[in-house]
Design a protein around this ligand. Structure first.
Ligand SMILES: *Cc1c(COP(=O)(O)O)cnc(C)c1O
Length: 423
């Protein structure tokens, strides 16, 4: 695609954008001047779909009017509320419906998946992760290792960028797997790195590890709703994600997990159990049926009854992904928007900035991580003062994530303009 740095070009791209109507379906936070801020923080907290309020109020009304009967009342009974999320979630994950379950929060789901899939043996007890990983993932994985009586210093292998580079080469990861395959029990990585925005080659990493019988899990926090996924086809063993970033389901919204069918239907797999993972036919016999019989699907990992108020906004949000036509048109716009941002950053001659996110569209989602060489904090503060909402990672990286559902090409143009003025 040939881009041009004129403002008119940005306006033209917006006029031609088939996804343009979806922006109107979100509440846009306003700046001091009363105009919407340039919201490039959807990688931290996605904006609120306008439909979220009504769908949440519906459940508050059900509670007010029906009390306990709302669990089984017509409409969307609370008892099976998670089932309303199953199909649209499976579409985004590239999964079969029986492979996904919306439950808990993200880090909790990491622990639940590790409880099943991290079974360290005498010679095979190590876990491979990327560095830097999101701190919660690092804490979770290290504590899993300690939980098994092992030492993270010995059991954790980190795939790092080479000296002078910012992102981790796939070869590096594959080489580490080859080198340590006799000791590795699991590979657990972010699919899109939170810091650099790098999208890993999930299929290749999965195949490289599984060749040696190593379990592979991915954290999709920055991938779900951002990049197309084919978890089933790629044969990933398990995956977890949150719903408040690109899925726009609101703060602390219910998270999700993927368990590949070949494991999901294996009711013999050890797990941490609770009544909602139990066969629905015997679930309500409570004290009469003390034996846990897992559901033969990803539901078998569900522990508690569904958190309705943290699920309702996700229903509204997932419907918007379907209305937009799914990940294919969203990804097409995303590649264009982010490519345009990169073009502008380079063409306006931002010599004091380096984009550390991979250039290749296949190796990134919508986020660009911009390393500011001089006065990074001041630059970030100037962006904020000019009505830009993005974020700053110590010591010197500004992360900007233009999302295809609600950001415009003109916002990208304006963002680059502000950066040029202030660098
Ligand atoms: C956002 C994010 C988290 C947050 O975890 P919660 O359990 O939802 O608080 C964890 N890991 C990664 C990779 C993230 O991007």
């Amino acid at each position: 695609m040939n881009f041009c740095a004129d403002e008119d070009f940005a306006l033209q791209l917006d006029a031609e954008d088939p996804l343009r109507p979806s922006r109107k379906k979100f509440h846009l936070p306003l700046g001091k001047d009363g105009k919407p801020v340039i919201y490039f923080a959807g990688n931290s907290l996605g904006l609120m779909p306008k439909a979220a309020r009504a769908i949440l109020e519906e459940e508050l009304d059900n509670w007010a009017e029906l009390g306990v009967d709302a669990h089984h009342a017509a409409g969307t009974p609370w008892y099976s509320y998670h089932e309303t999320l199953r199909e649209p979630t499976a579409r985004l994950a590239g999964a079969q419906p029986n492979e996904v379950i919306c439950m808990n929060s993200l880090t909790v789901n990491i622990h639940l998946m590790m409880a099943t899939f991290y079974r360290p043996a005498k010679s095979r007890f190590k876990i491979l992760m990327e560095d830097p990983a999101f701190p919660s993932d690092t804490y979770a994985i290290k504590s899993q290792i300690v939980h098994h009586g092992l030492d993270p210093k010995e059991a954790l292998i980190l795939a790092r960028p080479r000296k002078g580079e910012f992102t981790v080469r796939t070869e590096e990861i594959v080489d580490l797997i080859e080198k340590h395959h006799g000791e590795l029990a699991a590979v657990m990585m972010g699919a899109v790195n939170f810091f650099t925005g790098q999208l890993f080659d999930i299929e290749r990493i999965t195949a490289a590890a599984q060749k040696h019988g190593i379990i592979v899990g991915f954290d999709l926090a920055h991938a779900m709703g951002n990049v197309p996924l084919s978890l089933h086809k790629w044969n990933v063993d398990f995956a977890v994600w949150c719903s408040y970033k690109y899925l726009n389901a609101g703060p602390g919204a219910v998270a999700g997990a993927f368990v590949h069918e070949r494991h999901a239907t294996n009711t013999k797999l050890p797990r941490f159990a609770g009544w909602f993972g139990n066969d629905p036919n015997t679930r309500f016999r409570l004290h009469l049926e003390p034996e846990f019989i897992p559901v033969s699907s990803a539901d078998g990992w569900q522990i508690s009854n569904p958190p309705i108020f943290s699920m309702a906004p996700l229903r509204a949000s997932l419907a918007m992904f379907d209305e937009a036509g799914g990940m294919e048109p969203l990804r097409a716009k995303s590649i264009k928007v982010t490519g345009y941002l990169q073009f502008l950053l380079e063409s306006v001659g931002h010599s004091a900035l380096t984009v550390i996110t991979p250039r290749d569209a296949a190796s990134r989602g919508c986020q660009l991580s911009i390393l500011a060489h001089e006065h990074p904090k001041e630059l970030f503060q100037k962006l904020q003062a000019a009505g830009v909402k993005c974020d700053f990672r110590e010591p010197n990286v500004i992360r900007a994530a233009p999302t295809p559902l609600y950001n415009t090409f003109h916002e990208v143009w304006w963002f680059a303009q502000i950066l040029a003025e202030h660098q």
